[in-house]
Design a protein around this ligand. Structure first.
Ligand SMILES: [Zn+2]
Ligand SMILES: [Zn+2]
Length: 137
C-alpha cells in the first residue's frame, strides 16, 4: 500500500489520516503482522523522533475501535496487533518467537457447559517450535 492508499483507507474508515497514524499503519503492513507497541516504536523512532509509545498505543486503539485491526493477547501481558480480521489461529515458536497465522474452521467445541454465557473472545493458540528452528537443531 502506498501512502496515498493508506490515507484513502483511513479516510474511508473515518480515521483522520495524520502523519503518525499513516506511519503506524504503514509500519504494520511493511513489518508484518502481530507487532507490539514496543516493536512499532523501535521501528519508527528514527523517522519520527517526537513519537511516544502512548501515541502509538492511542493510535492502535483508534484503529481497533474502527475495526481495521484486531488486538490479540497471546502471552498474558503482551498485546499484539493483527491486520488479519478473519478468525484464524496462531502458532508461536518458542525459539524464534515468531507468530504464524493459520486458517481454522469452526472448532468443534462442546458448548453445553457454558450454555447461556456471552463469549467475547475466542483464540486458537498453539505453541511449539517452527519448522525452520527444528531444522537448525
Ligand atoms: Zn522458530
Ligand atoms: Zn494473526
Amino acid at each position: 500500500m502506498t501512502v496515498t492508499e493508506i490515507t484513502e483507507f483511513l479516510n474511508a474508515h473515518d480515521i483522520k489520516p495524520s502523519y503518525q497514524r499513516i506511519k503506524v499503519y504503514e509500519c504494520l503492513i511493511n513489518q508484518g503482522n502481530h507487532m507490539t507497541v514496543e516493536s512499532i516504536y523501535r521501528e519508527l523512532i528514527a523517522t519520527i523522533p517526537t513519537l511516544s509509545k502512548t501515541t502509538i498505543y492511542n493510535t492502535l486503539k483508534i484503529f481497533e475501535d474502527h475495526h481495521i485491526l484486531n488486538v490479540i493477547n497471546l502471552n498474558g501481558n503482551e498485546m499484539r496487533y493483527d491486520l488479519i480480521l478473519d478468525e484464524h489461529g496462531h502458532f508461536q515458536c518458542k525459539i524464534c518467537q515468531e507468530i504464524f497465522d493459520f486458517p481454522i474452521q469452526e472448532p468443534r467445541i462442546q458448548i453445553e457447559q457454558i450454555n447461556g454465557f456471552k463469549i467475547e473472545e475466542r483464540n486458537v493458540f498453539l505453541k511449539g517450535i517452527c519448522k525452520d528452528c527444528l531444522e537448525k537443531q
